[in-house]
Design a protein around this ligand. Structure first.
Ligand SMILES: NC(=O)c1ccc[n+]([C@@H]2O[C@H](COP(=O)([O-])OP(=O)(O)OC[C@H]3O[C@@H](n4cnc5c(N)ncnc54)[C@H](OP(=O)(O)O)[C@@H]3O)[C@@H](O)[C@H]2O)c1
Length: 286
């Protein structure tokens, strides 16, 4: 298949390229294709004529979305609409990503794909809007993959590195730190996610709609941090702190574990988060 991949310098984009099972990937840089520019989207898709467009780009610095909602909506919603329309015109599959932050966090069992979104902050609101925009513009072509807590070899640039990188950096500067125990999540390695994305795309039964793809199991950030130091053999004391899901004035969901119900039914199975973390910390990084 011919694949147009957006976000090649990102965590997921980088691993999609590394784990490419043999497709013909065209991966323009952000300078060549800025998804905030509709003309550039149309020119790229018209010129490339892909079978699949995978967009891993997003405006996903959560606090920044509160102060700059215009940019959040431009990239997370309007650009997603523009990509979906361009894909429909050339009959290309459109794969876009979304987030666990579309949910409100009232549940205590994993969210299914058809559970009702109830975002708590501008980031989540802009992502739900993007999901609707893609589905309204190209219902047959748009595949939306919600995921959570990504970490990969190339740390998320826009966030100053991923969670695992930051904790390893912390270990160089302190012997004790506080970590939130109030948010239960599904931390997910982009190594595993990228492989699952390719499996999903190659599956003949894939149809338009929403899918969840996260590493199996659940934990809070305090438990995840303890696991990082335990596996890496770093003597850092981790103290649990409960902020009730608040970051300043902004609310985050207290529980946003996703259930991979639809992908699992199609034979796409994700490893447990602890197994993924062990492989991530003992394998090659950088
Ligand atoms: N990271 C998480 O914890 C998390 C959680 C849930 C969902 N997700 C979603 O999963 C997807 C992949 O996340 P990720 O962590 O791999 O992201 P990432 O590491 O931040 O990478 C984003 C990529 O998109 C590019 N990009 C950003 N804005 C762009 C624009 N306007 N036009 C073209 N390219 C642009 C970036 O280029 P530059 O390098 O030039 O900035 C980078 O290559 C995103 O949709 C994200 O929101 C992530």
């Amino acid at each position: 298949m011919k694949v147009l991949l957006i976000g090649r310098t990102g965590q997921l984009g980088g691993d999609l390229i590394r784990n490419n099972p043999g497709h013909d990937i065209v991966a323009p840089s952000r300078d060549e294709l800025d998804i905030g520019n509709r003309g550039e989207i149309d020119a790229a898709i018209d010129g490339c004529r892909p079978d699949v467009v995978i967009n891993t780009a997003a405006f996903h610095n959560v606090p920044l979305c509160e102060t700059d909602p215009e940019s959040a909506f431009r990239i997370n919603c309007t650009a997603v609409r523009d990509l979906a329309v361009a894909c429909r015109k050339v009959d290309a599959r459109f794969v876009n990503f979304s987030t666990d932050y579309v949910f409100g966090g009232d549940q205590r069992t994993p969210y299914a794909e058809d559970d009702r979104p109830q975002p708590l902050q501008m980031y989540g609101i802009s992502r739900v809007a993007g999901e609707y925009a893609a589905q309204a513009s190209a219902p047959e072509h748009a595949v939306i993959i919600r995921t959570c807590g990504l970490y990969g070899r190339s740390g998320a640039q826009s966030k100053g590195g991923n969670f695992v990188d930051k904790r390893l950096r912390d270990a160089r500067n302190c012997t004790s730190l506080e970590m939130g125990c109030d948010q239960v999540v599904s931390p997910t390695s982009t190594e595993d996610l990228s492989r699952a994305v390719w499996q999903l795309i190659e599956n003949r039964r894939l149809s338009g709609g929403i899918y969840h793809l996260v590493n199996e199991g659940e934990c809070n950030w305090y438990e995840f941090t303890r696991a990082i130091y335990e596996i890496a053999g770093l003597p850092v004391e981790v103290l649990p702190v409960d902020r009730g899901g608040m970051s300043g004035e902004m609310r985050r969901p207290l529980y946003s574990v996703l259930g991979n119900k639809k992908a699992r039914a199609m034979g796409v199975v994700m490893p447990h988060w602890r197994d993924a973390l062990e492989r991530g910390l003992t394998g090659p990084r950088g």
